[in-house]
Design a protein. Structure first.
Length: 469
């Protein structure tokens, strides 16, 4: 059973203390308050998940306390107690926002049973909230890699997933580090819990601590209500800390404490909360070098890198590229073309397989999506690819362009030269003079070639017009 923070609110000290002692022995963290106003002052600090509250109290009633807590935007669940049984009172308590209702004298076993039920409901509600925030992107189909290096990587994922070990995923941008982290979660005993991805490089530094670890109400300017934080949202699941190298040094200390103590202390709170969270981190930075330069804590690096997985770039696993291109074309057609059939010219597949993909899988996905959007009636041709990719891919193969029977050498050279010119102009942002300088030809020669290739219909789409840039 997950431990919860529970507050017992009753103006009768004996009842309050006996119930609090019983709850503590059952494993709950317990706070006490002798009246409604003191309880409200404690509740607004955040962190109390369930309040067991007497209805009749000398200052404000328990029902009024529920109303004030709800108006303050707090998520505390209320279990009401009263010695004055009344259907009207019960209805009023539930309408105010209470979760349950008991008649005094309460039996300890009944209290524990009802607390467990409330805890189950809260857990489901929190999990649904998290799922709604991440499920909109859908659970993507996964590509089955065939290259030896990727088969080794999948074997490592299968070995580490069933454990609770922290994992550090390294590799260039776009190599699929997030996909690896999600696979580890999906193949782990935590698969039924939340998976919370966090881009450490995208969080504002002044809000990073409260986003990760939560805060109490009033902890800083603008903290108008308590916040759980992403670590507690990931309770009983996995948190994926992408771009971990961007984490400031002062937060590295706090993260180290979380790993070692398995507890979280929200900003502004004096109490720590247990956090049953698995950590998977990722980076495209050289963390050992950052450690040597004093920009990343060595002890945190060792804690995170208990088990390292390296995501290789596409250029080191070319055997995966043709199949991955087809996979992305099919999945992209489902998303962008409502599943319509897609026809791809053979030269398109040849060029995409020959390209080096410095942006890796993310760049490939963007290029494929662009081609599908531009394609007429689902027919993808070279005209739907960016000119720089065509030029670079053709330069990478043994011949400048795929051979087509019946074409002369001059026609093949024209195709390559027009693609090269288009790429140079696009790289120069449309500045013809700069493009000519980079290609080592005169501006007048460039315009002459542009006129010739435009007339022949050889210039690729996407080349900026004159005067742009």
């Amino acid at each position: 059973m997950k431990s919860m923070d529970v507050m017992v609110i009753d103006d009768e000290p004996a009842i309050r203390q006996i119930l609090a002692a019983h709850l503590s022995r059952a494993g709950y963290r317990v706070l006490q308050a002798g009246n409604g106003l003191d309880a409200f002052d404690l509740l607004v600090k955040g962190g109390v998940e369930v309040a067991i509250c007497d209805i009749k109290m000398p200052d404000i009633s328990g029902i009024e306390l529920v109303r004030r807590v709800r108006a303050a935007g707090l998520d505390t669940s209320f279990m009401m107690m009263t010695a004055f049984a009344s259907v009207d009172t019960a209805i009023e308590a539930i309408q105010a926002g209470a979760a349950d209702y008991m008649i005094k004298p309460v039996r300890n076993e009944e209290v524990l049973y009802r607390l467990q039920k409330i805890g189950d409901v809260r857990g489901l509600r929190a999990e649904n909230k998290v799922l709604r925030s991440i499920v909109m992107g859908g659970k993507k189909d996964l590509f089955g890699f065939t290259s030896p290096v990727m088969r080794d990587l999948e074997r490592m994922i299968a070995k580490v997933s069933p454990t609770d070990s922290t994992v550090l995923v390294t590799g260039e941008s776009g190599t699929g580090k997030g996909v690896i982290a999600r696979r580890i979660h999906q193949q782990s005993p935590r698969a039924g819990g939340p998976f919370i991805p966090v881009n450490c490089g995208a969080l504002p530094e002044n809000l990073m601590e409260s986003e990760l670890f939560g805060h109490t109400k009033g902890a800083f300017t603008g903290a108008d209500k308590a916040r759980k934080g992403l670590f507690l949202e990931a309770d009983r699941g996995t948190i994926f800390l992408d771009e971990i190298g961007e984490l400031p040094l002062q937060l590295q200390v706090k993260l180290l404490h979380v790993i070692e103590e398995k507890s979280i202390r929200p900003v502004g709170s004096e109490q720590s909360k247990r956090a049953d969270v698995r950590i998977v981190a990722a980076t495209n930075r050289n963390l050992p070098q950052m450690v040597a330069e004093g920009r990343f804590r060595e002890d945190l690096y060792f804690r995170l890198s208990v088990f390292q997985i390296h995501a290789p770039p596409l250029r080191d696993r070319r055997g995966d590229i043709p199949g991955l291109v087809r996979f992305l074309l099919e999945s992209g057609a489902k998303r962008l073309l409502a599943g319509a059939a897609v026809v791809v010219d053979p030269e398109v597949e040849q060029l995409l397989a020959a390209y080096d993909w410095p942006g890796n899988v993310r760049e490939m996905e963007n290029v494929v999506d662009r081609a599908l959007i531009l394609a007429d009636d689902g027919h993808v041709t070279c005209a739907d690819l960016p000119a720089p990719i065509i030029a670079a891919a053709r330069a990478a193969v043994n011949v400048p362009i795929a051979f087509e029977p019946g074409e002369s050498l001059r026609e093949q050279v024209r195709k390559f030269e027009s693609a090269f010119i288009g790429a140079a102009i696009e790289e120069a942002g449309g500045d013809r003079r700069l493009a000519a300088q980079k290609m080592g030809i005169g501006l007048s020669s460039l315009y002459r070639k542009l006129e010739e290739y435009e007339a022949l219909g050889l210039l690729q789409s996407g080349v900026p017009e004159a005067g742009q840039g």
